[in-house]
Design a protein around this ligand. Structure first.
Ligand code: TRP
Length: 475
C-alpha cells in the first residue's frame, strides 16, 4: 500500500469519533427490539448467560480482529482481504459479508419503519388509555397491513441512502453523540418505573394478575434446563448481530481509524456500552411484561406493545413516548448506515461503480427485498419455509448462520493466516502501547472463538448427537 493511499482515505478525527461510529453501528434495534424478544423466546436468563459468555469469548476477540484487518488494509470488507491475502480465497469472507448486509438491512429497514409509525402515533397521543391488549391489536393491525409499513420503510431507507450518498455521516455522528445519552436516560427511567410497578391486583376479584419481580427473576435466575442447541445458536447469533460483527462492518469502519487509536480499548468500550443498553432494555421490558401478565415470548411486537404501556404509567408519558421512539429511530439509523456502507464501499471501491449510483441501486435492491419481508408478516404470511416466513428467514439465516460463519472465517484468518507479529503491532501501535493481555487475546482469536463456533454449528446441525451419546455410554 502506498503512502498516498492512507492519506487520501477519510479518517475519523478523534478517539470519540471512532467509538461513536462503532457504538452507533452496534447500538440499535438489536439491543432494544431484538434482544428482549429473543430473550423472551429462548427462556430468559439461561439465554442471557450464554449470550454474555459469547460476547466475551467470541464477540470481543472478533471485534478486535475486524478492527485490525480494516486498519491494516485500509479498504472495504472485500478489498481488505485482497490486500492482506492476495491470490487467495479469503476475500470470499467479505463477499459473504456483502450478502449478509443485503439480508439484514432488508428486514432492519422494515422494523426501523415501524419506529417511525410509532413516533407518528405517539405524536397524536394514540396510545392514551390503551390496555396492553389494545396495544397488541394496534401493532398487529399495523404490522400486517399491506401498505402502511411500506410507506415508513421507504422513508427510512431513503434517509439511510441519502446519508450514505451525501456523506453527511459525520453530522449524524455528532447528533447521535449528544442524543444517545438521552436515550440511555429514558431507558433508565423506564427501568425504574417497570421495576416499581409491583403487584398487579384485579380490583374486582382481588386476585394477583402479575408481579414485576417475576420479570426480574425471568431475566436473572437461569433455568439451565431450557438450554438446547437452538437457544445456544440464537444467543451466539445475537452476540454477532448486536455487536455488528461477522460481515465486515467493523472492518470497513476500522479502515477509517487512525494509527494512534487504541483498538483493543475501543473494542472493549463499544462492547461494554452495547451490552449495558441491551441489559437495561431487558430490565425495562420484562418486569412490565410479567406485571401485565402477557406472554414473554410474543415475538417482534414485544417492545411496541409493552413500552407504550409503561409510558402510560409515567408522568409526562406523552413526551417520553415521543422522545423514545424518535431516539430509537435515530439509533436504528446509525446502524442502518453502517450496514449500507459495507455494500456501497464494496461496489464503489472494488467494482468501481460511482458512489452515488452504487448507493442508489443497492438501497433500491435492499428495499425491494424488504418489501417482501414486510408483506410476509401480512398478506404473504402463508408462504413459509421450515416454518419461517420471509422476514424470519432473513433474520434467522443472517444472524444465526451467515454472521457466525463470517466470524469463524475472520478469527481463522487472524489466528492462522495473519502474521502474529503484525497482529501484535496493530494492537500495540508498533509497540507504543502496553498490552496487558495480548497472549489471552491471541489465544481467544486462534482457538477459543473458532472452536466454540464450530462446536455450536455441529451441535445445532445434529452432528454431535451421536458422539455425545457415545460419550455417555463411555462415562
Ligand atoms: N448491531 C446493530 C443493532 O444491534 C445492527 C447492525 C448494524 C448489524 N451493522 C451490522 C448487525 C452488521 C450485523 C452486522 O441494531
Amino acid at each position: 500500500m502506498s503512502k498516498e493511499d492512507s492519506k487520501s482515505r477519510e479518517q475519523f478525527s478523534s478517539k470519540i469519533g471512532v467509538i461513536a461510529a462503532a457504538a452507533g453501528s452496534a447500538i440499535g434495534l438489536g439491543n432494544i427490539w431484538k434482544f428482549p424478544y429473543e430473550a423472551g423466546k429462548n427462556g430468559g436468563a439461561a439465554f442471557i448467560v450464554v449470550y454474555l459468555v459469547a460476547i466475551l469469548m467470541i464477540g470481543l476477540p472478533i471485534m478486535i480482529s475486524e478492527f485490525v484487518i480494516g486498519r491494516k488494509a485500509r479498504a472495504n470488507a472485500v478489498g481488505s482481504f485482497k490486500k492482506l491475502a492476495p491470490k487467495t480465497k479469503w476475500h470470499f469472507t467479505g463477499v459473504m459479508g456483502v450478502v449478509s448486509s443485503f439480508m439484514i438491512l432488508s428486514f432492519y429497514g422494515v422494523v426501523a419503519g415501524w419506529t417511525l409509525e410509532y413516533v407518528f402515533l405517539g405524536f397524536q397521543n394514540a396510545f392514551k388509555e390503551q390496555t396492553p391488549q389494545d396495544l397488541k391489536a394496534t401493532f398487529d393491525a399495523f404490522s400486517t397491513s399491506p401498505s402502511r409499513p411500506l410507506f415508513w420503510q421507504f422513508l427510512f431507507m431513503a434517509l439511510t441512502a441519502w446519508i450514505v450518498a451525501a456523506g453527511v455521516k459525520k453530522g449524524i455522528e455528532r447528533i447521535s453523540k449528544i442524543l444517545m445519552p438521552v436515550l440511555l436516560l429514558i431507558i433508565a427511567i423506564l427501568c425504574i418505573r417497570s421495576l416499581s410497578l409491583g403487584e398487579n391486583i384485579d380490583p374486582t376479584t382481588g386476585q394477583v394478575i402479575g408481579s414485576s419481580m417475576d420479570g426480574l427473576r425471568f431475566l436473572f435466575q437461569p433455568d439451565f434446563s431450557k438450554i438446547n442447541a437452538n437457544v445456544i445458536l440464537s444467543a451466539v447469533g445475537h452476540a454477532f448481530f448486536t455487536l455488528s460483527l461477522g460481515m465486515g462492518t467493523i472492518i470497513t469502519y476500522g479502515s477509517y481509524v487512525n494509527k494512534k487509536n487504541n483498538i483493543s480499548k475501543t473494542a472493549f468500550q463499544v462492547t461494554f456500552l452495547d451490552t449495558l443498553i441491551a441489559l437495561l432494555s431487558g430490565i425495562a421490558i420484562f418486569p412490565a411484561v410479567f406485571y401485565f401478565n402477557v406472554e414473554p415470548d410474543k415475538g417482534p411486537g414485544l417492545v411496541f406493545t409493552i413500552l407504550p404501556s409503561i409510558f402510560q404509567q409515567i408522568v409526562g408519558g406523552y413526551f417520553f413516548t415521543l422522545a423514545f421512539f424518535m431516539l430509537l429511530a435515530l439509533a436504528a439509523l446509525t446502524s442502518s448506515i453502517s450496514l449500507l456502507e459495507v455494500a456501497v464501499s464494496y461496489f464503489s471501491e472494488q467494482l468501481k461503480v460511482e458512489r452515488k449510483k452504487a448507493t442508489l441501486y443497492t438501497a433500491l435492491a435492499i428495499t425491494l427485498i424488504g418489501v417482501a419481508c414486510s408483506l410476509s408478516l401480512g398478506p404473504w404470511s402463508s408462504f413459509t419455509v421450515l416454518g419461517y416466513n420471509i422476514f424470519g428467514i432473513m433474520e434467522y439465516a443472517s444472524a444465526n448462520v451467515l454472521l457466525p460463519l463470517g466470524g469463524l472465517l475472520i478469527a481463522l484468518f487472524i489466528g492462522w493466516f495473519f502474521p502474529r507479529n503484525d497482529f501484535y503491532d496493530e494492537l500495540s501501535n508498533s509497540g507504543t502501547l502496553k498490552l496487558a493481555s495480548f497472549r489471552l487475546f491471541f489465544f481467544a482469536v486462534k482457538y477459543l472463538a473458532p472452536i466454540a463456533i464450530l462446536i455450536i454449528f455441529l451441535y445445532s446441525a445434529g452432528f454431535l448427537k451421536p458422539l455425545l451419546k457415545y460419550l455417555n455410554i463411555l462415562l
